[in-house]
Write a protein that binds this ligand. Structure first.
Ligand code: F6R
Length: 612
């Protein structure tokens, strides 16, 4: 959470920073601010979005070719103008932006107050810049060294950029636990939380590792040191990101664009990874660990939110196809409950961003206990992808809408390929079943395209239920995680309370909620427990609930019982979650739009949750 961006070079910094902040706004949008070196240090910041900051800065002096910018997701201190970043040091010679949490800020603050510092905001970040100022003044150090020494006293996570009025030709960056990438241009440098603000200026980037400090001075080579003050050689990589992927491309919202991108994103997730003719699946990233995975006593999947739902589908797939026991854990619970992890366990982390703090910490814990750790991430070069022993990227392309859509279907696709690969290696499923699933998988992008044609129908259904106060989503087997995911999508972007339930569990409690006011979405596709789901639909109907069913094309029985019917093409049971989640994404999208909600930036949420 929180996005940071910085520029130093010959161009005007302000437009670069504002554009960069708009790209990073998915990381938080409680407040925004910039600082520019311009005959001293100027700071402009306010509560609200980057567009509010633009309004605030309009007419003010925004010249200068060195600057830092921040978009905030509040942790310490409510979202207001004062707590917005950048923060000044006490003497206003230094300005800082920060993503992360300084855990020992309270004790540091008390010490600094004793030494005469006074604070304007409630933030941990202001404490850090006062600490840097304190070190700089007491030890008479240049900025880079003062930052390094100050950071040796800090417990917590940070990605920071610091400006110094008295040394206006330099930006100092540092990171631990929060991401930071440096862009290397001609006589100019960029620094940001991810590469999206950088990609249109340069493709040469350096991803900083934890506890590294970078000194950016145009006309000089990039300088990186670690917290122990050892000089390091930068590893320059070429970005594989394309600018078009970051634009809305004619869609009203990123979320809608990303929903409609799924035929392509799913095809990209499976590209080159299987061949129907030769009956072969291969995932290059895990090839050296396949044996370990196939013989693991247990696989533990750790993830959060939507990625956790993909993990549940993964559990069903891996157990069903490869016959390896799987447990799926919320990363936030796993990391704190003293779990039993053996050296012969394999832990798979699923994460779109690859930066989720709880997932990262769960992996570190598993690693410390000797387990093999595997990643299923979307963002290339992300923190999770870098600490894992091996992994398979989902290749869904940048996902900017805060509600995850195409990342989910790509995660499920990769988990299916993983399950198939392990099943094949173990000889756990008959060749005929293996081939049937591969043949069905090949058709999936085209079938998602077909499913998307139901958008107008789903929009029509949405109009009828947009004012509902509650929704229930039911599914069994492979469709249970789809029900959970459908409910999460609705609540996060439309703020309607929604519950996902295994259909058979309904009678153990939630059935009490059903009346004529309650829309119930049932995923009732033809394979698996179809007849049992039909009975569950009957139970809802008997209590006058409004029934919206997602069924296999041509279905008659469920369709006759329901108020509304959405059809998806026929496929193998293992692949249904990919198709069935698409109309549920559309349902949440249209309802949220009709309720006037900010679909791409729902309240209180941020896309990359880098705090616990
Ligand atoms: C929901 C959503 C979140 C994320 C969760 C994990 O639409 O996007 O629930 O799935 O914050 O994020 P990643 O996958 O980046 O680890």
């Amino acid at each position: 959470m929180c996005g940071i961006v910085a520029y130093i070079g010959k161009k005007e910094a302000y437009p670069i920073l504002i554009k960069g902040l708009k790209r990073l706004e998915y990381r938080g949008y409680d407040s925004a601010g910039i600082s520019l070196v311009n005959q001293g240090l100027k700071v402009y910041k306010c509560k609200g979005k980057v567009s509010d900051l633009e309004g605030f800065a309009a007419g003010k002096d925004i010249s200068g070719s060195v600057g830092i910018g921040h978009t905030r997701w509040a942790t310490h201190g409510e979202p207001n103008d004062v707590n917005a970043h950048p923060h000044f040091s006490g003497n206003e010679n230094l300005a800082i932006i920060h993503n992360g949490i300084i855990e020992n800020y309270d004790s540091l603050k008390k010490e600094l107050i004793q030494r005469g510092h006074t604070f304007k905001s409630d933030t941990d970040t202001e404490v850090l810049i006062h600490l840097i100022e304190d070190v700089q003044a007491n030890e008479n150090l240049p900025l880079a060294e003062a930052v390094r020494v100050a950071l040796t006293q800090v417990i917590g996570a940070y990605a920071i950029a610091v400006l110094d009025k008295n040394d206006p030709e330099v930006i100092i960056g540092a990171k631990k636990g929060s991401p930071m990438v440096v862009g290397l241009g001609k006589d100019e440098y960029f620094l940001a939380s991810d590469a999206t603000p950088i990609v249109e200026y340069t493709k040469d980037v350096v991803y900083l590792e934890d506890e590294q400090i970078v000194e950016l001075r145009p006309g000089h080579e990039i300088k990186i040191r670690n917290i122990e003050n050892e000089v390091l050689t930068p590893y320059i990589q070429e970005l594989e990101l394309h600018l078009e992927a970051l634009e809305k491309g004619g869609y009203e919202h990123f979320m809608l664009k990303e929903i409609f991108e799924q035929p392509k994103s799913i095809a990209d997730s499976m590209r080159g990874r299987f061949h129907v003719e030769s009956s072969d699946v291969s995932l290059g990233g895990i090839i050296d660990y396949e044996q370990k995975m196939a013989t693991a006593k247990r696989i533990i999947i750790v993830a959060c939110g939507t990625s956790w739902h993909a993990g549940l589908v993964g559990e069903y797939l891996i157990e069903d196809l490869a016959r390896i026991p799987v447990e799926v854990e919320y990363a936030s619970e796993f990391r704190y409950r003293n779990p039993i992890v053996h050296e012969d366990d394999v832990v798979i982390a699923i994460s779109q961003s690859g930066e989720t703090a709880d997932t990262l910490a769960a992996l570190e814990l598993a690693k410390s206990k000797g387990a093999t750790i595997i990643g299923v991430c979307n963002v290339v070069g992300s923190s999770i992808s870098r600490i894992t022993d091996a992994g398979s990227y989902t290749h869904a392309g940048p996902e900017i809408g805060v509600a995850s859509t195409k990342a989910f279907t790509s995660q499920v696709t990769v988990l299916l390929l993983m399950a198939l690969r392990l099943a094949h290696k173990k000889g756990a499923i008959p060749e005929s079943r293996f081939q049937r699933i591969l043949a069905a998988l090949e058709k999936i992008p085209q079938q998602v395209e077909e499913t998307l044609k139901s958008a107008a129908l789903v929009e029509h259904i949405s109009a009828e239920y947009k004012d509902a106060r509650n929704f229930l989503y039911l599914g069994r087997g492979y469709n249970f995680p789809v029900a959970l995911e459908g409910a999460l999508k609705l609540k996060e972007i439309s703020y309607i309370h929604a519950e996902g339930y295994p259909a058979a569990e309904m009678k153990h409690g939630p059935i009490a909620l059903i009346d004529e006011e309650m829309p119930v979405v049932v995923i009732a596709t033809s394979k698996g427990s179809y007849e049992k789901v039909i009975s569950n639909i009957q139970e809802v109907k008997a209590r006058k609930g409004k029934i919206i069913v997602v069924v296999t094309k041509g279905d008659k029985t469920a369709a006759e019982l329901a108020d509304h019917v959405i059809e998806i093409p026929e496929t193998e049971e293992e692949l249904v979650p990919i198709l069935a989640s698409v109309p549920l994404q559309l349902l949440s999208y249209y309802i949220a739009v009709m309720r006037g909600c900010n679909v791409d930036q729902p309240r209180n949420l941020a896309k990359s949750v880098t705090v616990e």
